[in-house]
Design a protein around this ligand. Structure first.
Ligand SMILES: O=C(O)[C@H](O)COP(=O)(O)O
Length: 329
């Protein structure tokens, strides 16, 4: 497991960003005609060209009362999580865009990560298109106290959409849409993919391999530099994820060491020099609060009972209280 050489445990700096645009995701009423829904919200189409959007208001199973307020706040939680250990992490091989599953240890890391975020609201999940990130997201959500079911949205064809349609509004409300995006994939490691990291360092030199792995501008042979990875990952974040946060939707992103490094560089306003010391451990969730257009780093929740996490914002504290109330019933 990689070490974290830049601390993400402490409450961090507040960073200003460009003004956000409001998102309508998950706000459309059910059965809105297809042509009224922006492209990125066209998630579920029925045979009659009606759209059902997985809802944002969660009903308490016991009392049928709104669990989360219908009126979305301008504050949202953002959880970032690097996937758990993969079979090639275990073998110390450069993995990049090769689609390798988790090890048993990685499965355990994902479950432990899920416990740490089990009291933090999640309305939407974004993952890369790679199985190790998707496994991590799914396993983490098995631990969530809200017990909503993550459902992967299939956007690859009309048939994939219509055949995965959910016909119960109540069931949709108890679901979390999972959006898989290749833009969040690990950096393409080029001709290093499948090579052993230690052997590569012996062959090309520790300094050269460190530059390939951690520098911002220098790409590995025929692969993507962090800068190139950022071009797609940060653009995707700005276009698709930030608007959801701006709408008050709480988001979890399960992705990779380098796609997340590029997103953290953007969130924390790191320089290309600073990002060279940023190294993410597998399976450790990081929490940010997005409020009034700013990202505030809250570090990594230590555990589901850690009071400090919930003191960060009134909204999180209220959510936690509702969870406790619901579990007493
Ligand atoms: O793709 C890989 O090999 C790892 O997931 C990330 O590798 P790195 O720590 O060498 O960047």
């Amino acid at each position: 497991m990689a070490s974290t050489t830049m601390s993400h445990q402490a409450i961090g700096s507040t960073v200003s960003h460009r003004p956000f645009r409001a998102s309508q995701f998950l706000k459309e009423p059910l059965n809105v005609p297809m042509n009224f829904i922006p492209k990125r919200f066209k998630i579920e189409a029925t045979a009659s060209s009606q759209v059902s959007v997985i809802g944002n208001t969660v009903l308490s199973p016991s009392k049928n009362k709104p669990f989360e307020s219908k009126k979305k706040s301008n504050e949202a939680a953002l959880i970032l999580i690097r996937h758990g250990e993969s079979l090639w992490n275990e073998k110390n091989l450069f993995t990049g865009c090769v689609d390798v599953p988790l090890t048993q240890k990685g499965v355990g890391e994902a479950i432990e990560a899920g416990k740490k975020i089990s009291n933090i609201p999640v309305d939407l999940i974004f993952t890369s298109s790679l199985i190790r990130a998707q496994m991590t997201a799914m396993l983490a959500m098995t631990q969530h106290r809200r017990k909503k079911v993550p459902i992967i949205l299939h956007n690859e064809s009309v048939k994939a959409k219509t055949w995965s349609h959910v016909f119960s509004e109540e069931t949709r409300k108890q679901s979390i849409p999972v959006i898989a995006a290749w833009q969040l994939n690990e950096r393409m490691y080029g001709e290093l993919q499948g090579l052993n990291k230690k052997e590569t360092a012996e062959r090309y030199g520790t300094q050269q391999v460190h530059e390939w792995r951690r520098s911002y501008e220098i790409p590995p042979p025929k692969g993507e530099s962090l800068e190139m990875c950022a071009e797609r990952a940060v653009a995707y974040f700005e276009d698709n994820i930030k608007p959801e946060l701006a709408s008050g939707n709480n988001v979890m992103i399960a992705a990779h060491g380098n796609s997340l490094r590029s997103i953290i560089m953007y969130l924390d306003d790191l320089t290309s020099q600073e990002v060279t010391t940023l190294d993410l451990s597998t399976g450790i969730p990081l929490l940010y609060i997005f409020k009034e257009g700013k990202f505030m780093k809250r570090g990594s929740p230590v555990g589901p009972t850690e009071a400090g996490v919930y003191a960060y914002t009134k909204r999180l504290a209220q959510y936690r209280e509702k969870l406790d109330e619901a579990s007493l019933k």
